[in-house]
Design a protein around this ligand. Sequence first.
Ligand code: 13P
Ligand code: SF4
Length: 350
Amino acid sequence: MFDLPAQRAHLSEKYDLAPSPELAESMSDIYDRMSRVVSPVDWAIYAPYVKAINDLKAERNAVILGHNYMTPEIYHGISDFGGDSLQLAIKATEVEADVIVQCGVHFMAETSKILSPRKTVLMPDMEAGCSLAESITAEGIEEMRRRYPGAPVVSYVNTTAEVKAASDICCTSSNAAQIVAAQDSDTVIMTPDQYLAQNVARDVPQKNVVWWEGSCIVHEQYSAKDLRDFREWNPGTRLIAHPECTPDVVAEADFSGSTSGIIKYVTDEKPEKALLITECSMASNIADQLPEVEFVGPCNMCPYMKKITLEKVLFALDTMTGQVEVDAAVADKARLSVQRMIDLSRKLGI
Ligand code: 13P
Ligand code: SF4
């Protein structure tokens, strides 16, 4: 558990973190990437943290990998690379750094550690989990293998290292259909997201896709009726859904894709109005680069992603606490599943 008062006391002894309009002004190049969604008053609060973190990054030879669901001050202020789960996993294999700070959730940090065992991987809040990763254990994978003998197990990267180690290959929302289609078996087991699996089953009808019954607490909240109501409320809005939504929601949407797939779609299409059926920060992070698009609600937050704050990132980098460790034998097996996914994605040009 975090001892926030102690963390704050530690940081205030070493850094001047008082809001500073002058510092904010001097960092206007960074602010310009988020000025549509972050007020100058808030930027003056964030700027001292952003400066301290960026200075420390250079000192520690660290890079920050920021998932698309991070808040704008993290995504644009301190991240060296932003992206979806697949892009961040690939980045973890490429970066030349001693330290990776994962601004995302725990399974992403574990994936980075699995792929870069010699680097120090820091998680600013160890309690930033994921409802999907929590829904299945390695025993669950064995249970599915018993139920469907001989069928390969394709596990979403939103899983623990143990689950990855027990699986044959991983997938993310940006390559799931292609990975399933490429399996040399009529029946393919997908874990742990039942809705991603059902969406893949529709797109890959040649396979008998069977699934574990996990779900994402953010995306499962939407119903197809919600989307019809959104359309009625704001006609002409393009509805764009993440494939962790139910198949009914995806069918009702104009487009479905991974978080980076959504960014690419909105960037290419530039609809007048867009409603992203996904985590709240996605729209904020692209609002400034797409001034011609009006982003219309909704705003469902992932409580896990939102555990990552500038303050916690600064504390982790300053004290080098929150180091992610994965048992070497588990990591070796898990690496095979993740690397197979990366290799197959490259081969398929994803
Ligand atoms: P992406 O792979 O699309 O970034 O999704 C990760 C995630 O956790 C979505 O909820
Ligand atoms: Fe997990 Fe859903 Fe949060 Fe993504 S949005 S990290 S799938 S709980």
